[in-house]
Design a protein around this ligand. Structure first.
Ligand SMILES: Cc1ncc(C[n+]2csc(CCOP(=O)(O)OP(=O)(O)O)c2C)c(N)n1
Ligand SMILES: [Mg+2]
Length: 363
C-alpha cells in the first residue's frame, strides 16, 4: 500500500516590478498616477529622514537609531493599502511605516531623542508605539484584529516584525490565536536575512518563513520586498480577505537592510560586501523611480522638488523637536495607560514630591 498524503501546501511568490522597473501587466494594481507619485514622495521622505537620523546620532543629537534604508517598499507599500481607521503595530525599524501613516517628523524625532513624547501619536494616526522587545507586539495586533471581528468593525491591524522575531514564542502564540479566531489582521514579516549578526540560516531551519503561517491555518505567501507594487497588492488582497471575515494573512517580504542593524553595530564584521552590493542593485526606491520614469511621470525637475520638500519637512520637524525637548516628570507616566493605575500614581506622587523639595531647596 503506498503511503497516503494527508495535506499539501505551496508558497506563492509575488513580484510585479522587476529590477529594471518593468511591470507585470497581469498583476499590476493599476494605481492612479497621483497615487504612484504619493508613494514615491513618501519613499523619498522616509529615506531623507532616515539618513538624517544616522547623522544626528553621530553628532550626539539623537541616541541609538535603528535605520530602515532598504526596507521602504515593505513599509510604505503595505501602509498605502490600509485605510485611515486601520492600525499598525510596529517593531523598532518602522520609521517609513510611521511616515506613511502620517506621523509627524517632530514626534518621530522625539522618540529617537529619548523623549517619551515620541510614544504619543496624534489622535488621528492609528499607530502603536515602537516596540523594542523582539516579537512582543504581534499579540497586541491579534487582540485588535479579534476585537474588530467581535464588534463587527471593518478595522484591521497590521503588525510588522523581522525574520528573527519568527523564532520567538510570542510569534507562535500570535499566529495560533489569529488562525483560530480568524482575527482581522495581517502579519507583515520583513525578512531581511539577519537578526543583528545572526543569519537567517542559523535562526530557523524552515524552508520559508511564510510556511510557519500555513501551520497555523493562515493564508501565507512570499513577496519581493524590494517591489513596492507587489507589497501593496499583497496587502490590499489580505486586507480585503480580512474584512470579509476570511481571517489573517502572513506576508513574508524578502528584503534587506542596506545599513547597519543600529547605530551601535558594524555589519562589516559579520556579512560580506558582495551580499550587500547585490541587494543594493534591488534598491526599492531606485527601482520604483525607474518604473515611474518609464511610465513618463517622473523627471529630474520633479525629483528636485520632491527632495527639496522632503528636506524642508525633515529640517523643520527636527528643529521643532530639538526646541521643545525638555523632559518633564509627567512624560514618564502619561503615555503608559489611558488611566493611571494606583501603583503608578504612588510612584508619580513620590517623585513629584522629591522634585518639589529639590526646587524649594534651589537645586
Ligand atoms: C526579547 C528580545 N531579545 C533580544 C533583543 C535584542 N535584539 C534587538 S533586535 C534583535 C534582532 C531582531 O531581528 P529581526 O526580528 O530579524 O529584526 P531586524 O532587526 O532584522 O529588523 C535582537 C536580538 C531584544 N530587543 N528583545
Ligand atoms: Mg531581520
Amino acid at each position: 500500500m503506498p503511503i497516503k498524503t494527508s495535506a499539501e501546501f505551496k508558497i506563492e511568490y509575488m513580484q510585479i516590478l522587476d529590477e529594471s522597473g518593468n511591470v507585470d501587466a497581469s498583476l499590476d494594481p493599476k494605481l492612479s498616477n497621483d497615487a504612484l507619485l504619493e508613494i514615491y514622495r513618501q519613499m523619498l521622505l522616509a529615506r531623507t529622514f532616515d539618513r538624517k537620523c544616522m547623522n544626528l546620532q553621530r553628532q550626539g543629537r539623537m541616541f541609538t537609531y535603528i535605520p530602515v534604508e532598504g526596507q521602504e517598499a515593505c513599509q510604505i507599500g503595505s501602509c498605502f493599502a490600509l485605510e485611515k481607521s486601520d492600525w499598525i503595530v510596529p517593531a523598532f525599524r518602522e520609521t517609513a511605516a510611521y511616515i506613511a501613516r502620517g506621523m509627524p517628523i517632530k514626534t518621530l524625532s522625539y522618540y529617537w531623542m529619548g523623549s517619551e513624547k515620541g510614544n504619543s501619536a496624534p489622535k488621528d494616526v492609528n499607530a502603536f508605539p515602537v516596540s523594542i522587545p523582539v516579537g512582543s507586539q504581534m499579540l497586541h495586533a491579534v487582540g485588535i484584529g479579534w476585537a474588530a471581528k467581535l464588534k463587527k468593525h471593518r478595522t484591521i491591524a497590521l503588525t510588522f516584525f523581522g525574520d528573527g522575531a519568527t523564532s520567538e514564542g510570542d510569534f507562535y502564540e500570535a499566529i495560533n490565536f489569529a488562525g483560530v479566531f480568524k482575527a482581522q489582521m495581517i502579519f507583515l514579516c520583513q525578512n531581511n536575512g539577519w537578526a543583528i549578526s545572526i543569519p537567517r540560516s542559523k535562526q530557523t531551519a524552515t524552508q520559508t518563513l511564510a510556511q510557519k503561517g500555513i501551520a497555523a491555518g493562515i493564508y501565507s505567501l512570499q513577496v519581493d520586498g524590494m517591489d513596492v507594487l507587489a507589497v501593496y497588492k499583497a496587502t490590499k488582497d489580505a486586507a480585503e480577505r480580512a474584512r470579509k471575515g476570511e481571517g489573517a494573512t502572513l506576508i513574508e517580504c524578502l528584503t534587506y537592510r542596506l545599513g547597519p542593524h543600529s547605530t551601535s553595530d558594524d555589519p562589516k564584521k559579520y556579512r560580506n560586501q558582495e551580499e550587500a552590493d547585490s541587494w543594493k542593485k534591488k534598491d526599492p526606491v531606485d527601482r520604483f523611480k525607474l518604473y515611474l520614469q518609464k511610465k513618463g511621470i517622473w523627471n529630474e525637475a520633479l525629483e528636485q522638488k520632491l527632495q527639496a520638500d522632503a528636506d524642508a519637512l525633515v529640517e523643520n520637524g527636527i528643529k521643532e523637536a530639538e526646541g521643545d525637548n525638555v523632559p518633564k516628570l509627567e512624560d514618564m507616566f502619561d503615555y503608559v495607560y489611558a488611566e493611571m493605575p494606583l501603583v503608578l500614581k504612588e510612584q508619580y506622587e513620590e517623585l513629584k514630591q522629591i522634585e518639589n523639595e529639590k526646587k524649594a531647596a534651589g537645586e
